[in-house]
Design a protein around this ligand. Structure first.
Ligand SMILES: Cc1cc2nc3c(=O)[nH]c(=O)nc-3n(C[C@H](O)[C@H](O)[C@H](O)COP(=O)(O)OP(=O)(O)OC[C@H]3O[C@@H](n4cnc5c(N)ncnc54)[C@H](O)[C@@H]3O)c2cc1C
Length: 454
């Protein structure tokens, strides 16, 4: 096998048939199997510029890989140029100005590790191997959303290589239209080589909420959680999941193959003695079957769900926002998951409130600022009947659509579909099209929830 040719500066170009090609075209969702014409593994801004110029000269489409975690595998494309940023992940903290500079291939773990050295954090997500770039560009829901907003709300600057191969600075002063667009508009406008995020005081120890309930109490739990969220302080952000647990050695035997509801999250407020009372209702939504709530390092909380994430997942998924969860919505959801004939279904229902919902919906490309819940459903694709999973997803999506908020979905948790993309961006869609026309009129960056310049 031949060696890969070096990139102009430091990275390498990986071509079909060359060493590592089959390894490097893999993404987190193992159902995705695409074959790019060339993979540019970039380690510098000059490498990224070379990759974009190469795609332009060869008239090829571009896909961009951050952490490779998008369910739809948009990081990799057939027959185009895949710009792989995963080796480009330095994180630099400016403690004095409370800013962090993060290269475009960093993971959430990379960011938390560096920022926590200073007792600081920027809001990210809940699984540490996820890439910060895709997460931030599409939204970014984590345990700080109530207090400090979404990840995209904390982007204050970026360096970006445009479709013309030009490296530009993006902030309030320079290219402010692009700053607006990358706060939720995805990878449509260029390759982000580095982000500048706001930092906030967090931890090092935080009060982690981690309680598990029996699925049989699901209706009561969902009702009481909704009552609680109506007056929950911004300091609280929790994620509810419904899942059948695997028969994994790290779980006690009584939980093997059992369908449960988990509530994980964080209290991000002052530890002044009142915190236990504030979180108490969340720990008694029903009779818990396990409760590991307690103080722990923020970096540990941010990795707590990692062992639950398979590295050989073959998944499809869907997503919708809701203002509230009516009895009818809950009935459809629970009935459908109980009857699903799929190897695995995981439902996540994330309450939304506080700072993330106070930002006016036209202030950022991310447009959904008045929903109370985000639903994300993932299902495992059976090798015997691969179509069944996507049919089931389409069916539950259609049934729940009439009850949703503005019929909109979270772009980071849903398949790529023109109509879904348009609905996700709502009234911001036309402005995104006009910015796309300015920066990428030929739609070179089209492997994403695409803002079509046409
Ligand atoms: C196990 C798991 C847990 C998750 N948990 C959460 C969570 O807690 N909260 C949440 O909000 N979301 C969560 N997500 C969804 C997550 O936000 C998306 O999967 C997101 O796309 C991941 O970013 P990535 O860089 O890893 O993805 P990639 O697949 O690498 O990229 C996705 C898209 O982002 C764009 N992109 C990536 N890097 C760049 C770049 N440097 N410049 C320009 N564009 C770029 C491209 O358009 C690319 O197609 C989770 C997903 C998984 C699989």
């Amino acid at each position: 096998m031949e060696n890969n040719p070096p990139l102009q500066v430091s990275g390498q170009i990986i071509l079909p048939g060359y060493e590592l090609y089959n390894e490097k075209r893999k993404v987190w969702n193992k159902y995705v199997d695409r074959r790019p014409a060339a993979i540019f593994e970039c380690e510098s801004e000059a490498d990224v510029i070379s990759a974009v110029n190469y795609a332009n000269n060869a008239n090829l489409e571009i896909s961009i890989r951050g952490g490779g975690h998008h369910l739809a595998g948009t990081a990799v494309c057939d027959n185009g140029v895949m710009i792989d940023m995963s080796q480009f992940r330095k994180v630099t903290v400016d403690e004095k100005n409370r800013r962090v500079y993060v290269e475009g291939g960093a993971t959430l773990a990379d960011v938390d590790l560096e920022t926590q050295k200073f007792g600081l954090a920027t809001p990210t997500g809940t699984v540490s191997q996820t890439g910060i770039a895709g997460l931030a560009l599409g939204g970014g829901f984590g345990y700080l959303r109530g207090k400090y907003g979404l990840t995209c709300d904390n982007i204050v600057g970026a360096r970006l290589v445009t479709a013309e191969g030009e490296l530009i600075t993006v902030n309030e002063q320079e290219n402010p239209d692009l700053l607006w667009a990358i706060r939720g508009g995805g990878g449509n406008f260029g390759v982000v080589t580095s982000f500048e995020f706001l930092l906030h005081s967090v931890g090092p120890d935080v009060l982690a909420i981690d309680v598990m309930y029996d699925y049989k109490d699901s209706r009561k739990i969902l009702k009481e959680l909704q009552d609680y969220m109506e007056s929950a302080p911004d300091d609280i952000s929790v994620n509810l999941s419904i899942v059948r647990l695997p028969a994994a050695p790290f779980l006690p035997e009584f939980l093997h193959n059992r369908r449960v509801i988990t509530l994980t999250g964080m209290y991000a407020g002052e530890m002044n003695g009142e915190e236990d009372g504030i979180i108490a209702p969340l720990l008694s939504l029903a009779e818990p079957i396990m409760d590991h709530t307690g103080l722990m390092p923020y970096t540990e909380l941010q990795k707590k769900l990692d062992p639950m994430v398979p590295d050989d997942a073959r998944l499809d998924g869907t997503s919708l926002f809701f203002k509230h969860l009516s009895d009818e919505t809950i009935d459809i959801l629970l009935q459908d998951i109980e009857q699903a004939e799929l190897p695995m279904v995981m439902v996540q229902l994330w309450p939304l409130h506080g700072q993330m919902n106070r930002i006016p919906s036209q202030d950022t490309a991310f447009a959904i600022r008045d929903a109370g819940y985000l639903l994300i459903i993932d299902g495992e694709i059976s090798p015997d009947d691969p179509a069944k999973c996507s049919e089931w997803m389409d069916s539950i999506y259609s049934k729940l659509l009439p009850f949703s908020s503005h019929e909109s979905s979270y772009v980071n948790g849903v398949k790529v579909d023109k109509e879904i993309t348009r609905k996700a961006y709502r009234h911001n869609y036309e402005k995104l099209v006009s910015i796309k026309k300015r920066y990428d009129p030929q739609n070179r960056f089209c492997h994403n929830h695409n803002i079509d310049p046409e």
